[in-house]
Design a protein around this ligand. Structure first.
Ligand code: SF4
Length: 459
């Protein structure tokens, strides 16, 4: 039975949980009331609105139990691999090996929001000289130093080179503090010279073959380090199987995104869709379970669409969102203002595109890594956003600038110009800090204005 979609507070969820349990809800081992996470200090949950489905309950419980899952993996003797910055490629390799759990320490990005600054991670980073002129990923530094959020990985791997200055500086500080890092270089993706061989990458960007070869050499170095750490060789056959599993996650997510962005009414809220997309990067430290969680969400979305159910109203403004928000409450705000999500680009579209399965696996991974939207020009990124906005029928764009992020200063202008010139659609830029309460009314006004503009253009 599919219930009417609603947004519930965490306390309303208690009654909803009792109702679902009375109807024999079967939960995963990490299941339980959402409100129990408040006891661990996740105070921001008090401010969020959650979808009322069992699939959403499972998603949130999966997300909010990742720290426990990592601790259990360590206790079970798994090799813990901390992948940093590449967002989506290294974990594919790592999970193809036995008894390996890979995760992104970068995910500490959201701890200041979820714990409403009570964990003190940003203050620790401040004391280390990584102040608010850096993006919220600086919370990762505090998480390493406090050792209160994830176990210190057995192997830390970080991409560097054509990545943002913020991450490079923070990871270098980490290394300086005594956490050894295995670096690999991500080159700046460029256009092929005249007469130079090039290939099309997953997602549609093109790159010279020489750059694919270079990244492949770097990834082979990482593969060998993983093999040494785990004491097990990673054959092409096993890696192809790993790629196939990763594509299973990407495939279900592609279906979920498409149905959610194009349905007449939004079958899932913007917030749950954001969390779902994140699973493609790091699997929340359990690759197999992330597939089940996403399948549940897709089945729910499909059922709601088939029944003509959804959140909000059929005339809600269809908005494409660029960049993740540091404060999750901003995603709820979109719906409060009469908008809905119709497309996203959260800095990691290369983690959503399918990895080629008809190529030697290391080359396939190299092409995937080179498709990272953040290692090419802002114009290329803007072109991909333009294409996806048309694909999903978006009527306007929100560029959510990340406080302190080095890339945000100039790219927003490039993206805005591209959308305004090529699609003639309205664009707003907002900035969302880890706790945005003080800015809430001005953010609301800006988003409402965009929604009004979109609706007035329909007449
Ligand atoms: S500056 Fe941007 S790309 Fe770099 S770590 Fe922060 S959010 Fe990620």
């Amino acid at each position: 039975m599919i219930d009417t979609p609603l947004l519930l507070s965490i306390h309303d969820w208690d009654a909803r949980y009792d109702d679902l349990m009375a109807r024999d809800l079967v939960e995963a081992g990490y299941g339980g009331r959402l409100s129990r996470h408040l006891d661990g200090g996740d105070y921001r949950l008090n401010q969020l609105l959650f979808d009322n489905s069992a699939a959403s309950l499972r998603l949130w419980n999966f997300l909010l139990t990742e720290e426990a899952r990592l601790a259990a993996a360590r206790a079970d003797g798994h090799t813990l691999v901390g992948a940093m910055k590449d967002l989506g490629t290294i974990p594919v390799m790592a999970y193809a090996l036995p008894n390996v759990t890979a995760f992104y320490p970068d995910g500490a990005w959201w701890i200041p929001c979820v714990m409403e600054l009570s964990a003190g991670l940003l203050s620790i980073a401040d004391r280390m000289g990584i102040d608010e002129s850096f993006c919220p990923v600086r919370a990762m530094l505090g998480a390493f130093v406090s050792e209160a959020h994830f176990p210190i990985p057995d192997l830390l791997i970080c991409s560097v080179g054509a990545t943002c200055d913020d991450f490079s500086a923070i990871a270098q500080r980490l290394q300086g503090l005594g956490y050894p890092i295995l670096w690999w270089e991500a080159v700046h993706r460029r256009q092929a010279d005249k007469g130079e061989d090039s290939v099309i990458l997953p997602g549609g960007f093109a790159a010279p073959v020489a750059q694919v070869d270079f990244i492949q050499t770097e990834l082979v170095r990482i593969k060998q380090a993983l093999e040494r750490q785990v004491g097990h060789l990673l054959s092409d056959e096993d890696l192809l199987k790993g790629i196939s599993v990763a594509n299973g996650v990407r495939c279900i997510l592609q279906k979920l995104r498409f149905i959610s962005f194009t349905a007449p009414m939004a079958p899932l809220p913007a917030l749950e869709l954001l969390i779902a997309e994140m699973l493609a990067i790091h699997y929340c430290s359990d690759q197999a379970e992330s597939l089940v969680v996403l399948q549940d969400l897709y089945d729910l979305a499909k059922s709601r669409v088939d029944l003509g159910l959804g959140h909000g109203h059929i005339d809600d403004a269809r908005i494409f969102w660029v960049n993740p928000v540091a404060d999750l409450t901003a995603m709820n705000l979109l719906e409060t203002c009469g908008g809905r999500i119709c497309g996203t680009e959260y800095l990691f579209s290369h983690a959503l595109d399918l990895i080629p399965e008809d190529l030697p696996p290391m080359e396939a991974l190299a092409r995937t890594a080179l498709a990272d939207p953040m290692i090419g020009s802002a114009r290329q990124r803007a072109e991909r956003i333009t294409f996806d906005m048309q694909l999903f029928g978006a009527e306007g764009l929100i560029i959510s600038k990340i406080p302190g992020a080095s890339h945000c200063a100039l790219e927003s202008e490039v993206i805005r110009e591209n959308i305004e010139e090529s699609l003639g659609l309205p664009v707003i830029e907002i900035e969302v800090p880890p706790v945005c309460d003080a800015l809430r009314s001005s953010l609301k006004t800006r988003i409402e204005a965009l929604v009004e503009t979109i609706k007035s253009r329909r007449k």
